[in-house]
Design a protein around this ligand. Sequence first.
Ligand code: FAD
Length: 502
Amino acid sequence: MKKWVSMGLLACTTLLFAACSSGNKASKSTQETTKSTEVASGASKSGYADPKSLKNNYDVIIVGAGGAGMTAAIEAKDAGLNPVIFEKMPVAGGNTSKSSSGMNASGTKFQKAQGINDSNDAFYEETLKGGKGTNDKELLRYFVDHSAQAVDWLDQNGIKLDNLTITGGMSVKRTHRPSDGSAIGGYLVQGLLRNVAERKIPIFVNADVKDIKANDGVVNEVKVQIQGEKAKSIKGKAVIVTTGGYGASKKLIAKYRPDLKGYVTTNSKGTTGDGIALVEKLGGQIIDMDKVQIHPTVNQEKGILIGEAVRGEGAILVDDEGNRFVNEMDTRDKVSAAINALPKKRAYLIFDQGVRSRATAIEFYAKQGYVKEGKTVAELAKTIKVNQANLEQAVTSWNEAVANKQDTAFNRTTAMDHPLDTANYYAIQIAPGIHYSMGGVKINTNTEVLDKNNQPIKGLYVAGELVGGLHGDNRIGGNSVADIVIFGRQAGQQAAKFVSAQ
Ligand SMILES: Cc1cc2nc3c(=O)[nH]c(=O)nc-3n(C[C@H](O)[C@H](O)[C@H](O)COP(=O)(O)OP(=O)(O)OC[C@H]3O[C@@H](n4cnc5c(N)ncnc54)[C@H](O)[C@@H]3O)c2cc1C
């Protein structure tokens, strides 16, 4: 497996791309991909740029090779610029590699083809409701209005997301994922890497950006330490910062959310808020840092996220007594709070073979040993040591609710397309974990960083999880991958416009 993934990346980044265009059925689980790609640390061998090829000048410097960074680089290159990407970890991908359930978008050609009626206004209103009305409304409007185009743009670049599911707080299926229903992250990162390589955009890995500077009022220089060597100054004409969030920074979590001490995190190691600190030093406005999302369904052993698509495809949640206790498709904050109110602050996802076939990321969880199994619901109850009668009753009542399209117990209204009636039956024990940082850098819809007087800082653009405001108090599942593609594109285009006008 390790070999397969490393070779996949190698092929995607160094060879011609026929091998990679099978990407549509690519994804093994993305978390598996992340783990496996970590072996590919020799920069030049793995297809990343050789440190010796580093130049002193580029048109645009992109800090962070996650989804937002690679998207911005592709747009900048397509606008005629000469971008470079610096990534501090041994591989590209960041949290994007780990993303699982999919990418939200409204009014897409794939929704239309499947008869799903959706609108940008409905997407806007439901996201605003999920964020408790605190979202930056201008960013949100831009976001929903450009979501279908983002799905088209990916498709045009060989990244097809035509399989639809649903996440908590959404009223229709607008979560787009790869055709085979697998996790989105590995597939998306491979696809973006392939596009980056096709355009010969250099990605330097083990390249830690330590500082960003302005000269004559324009942000256009970074100090980067490559492979632990002495940091070098590299000049550009603009800088795009796409370093992701801070969900893996114990220091920042302790500072802004001391109540979350002891929680596991689902985030990748590099997610330490570096870009937020660098932008703040340049005078950028930082907002909402205490808004950190807890995801309800996380394996506690290794902080592995059990994606929302499992519930989106029909799973229910039960407590240690075998009883349902919440509308599983409510927003993440509410489901997490309901789990934390249980005596052991944990619960079980319960599903059948049908869910397992539709959410194929489950195969990865099974390989890790997280999926417990029974030929019948009764046998499953025994395996996980919950009350048998209660669990049988929970599944029977749920199946009645699905048949009647009415969940009188908890008022769930979505992800009710299929009953849980196909053997075998499965359970995964979960509890909440740190998952996403809603706080960060304040930007306008051009992805320009705003200073404390709400004025754009010249030459400085940011996109992705390090931005604050778009998601308000609570991010909706599927909205971050949409965020990184929509605003990653915008950052690349706007930086190109800025540079071309110089
Ligand atoms: C387990 C998991 C599952 C998820 N599932 C979904 C999902 O299904 N749908 C959804 O919408 N969202 C999902 N999310 C959220 C989403 O994946 C992320 O918010 C998003 O991918 C972040 O993208 P990004 O490009 O902003 O940052 P990242 O992808 O994290 O990339 C940032 C990159 O910058 C690098 N970097 C950081 N500091 C520096 C520095 N100083 N110098 C150089 N490089 C630096 C990092 O190493 C990293 O590679 C999930 C998140 C996790 C953790």
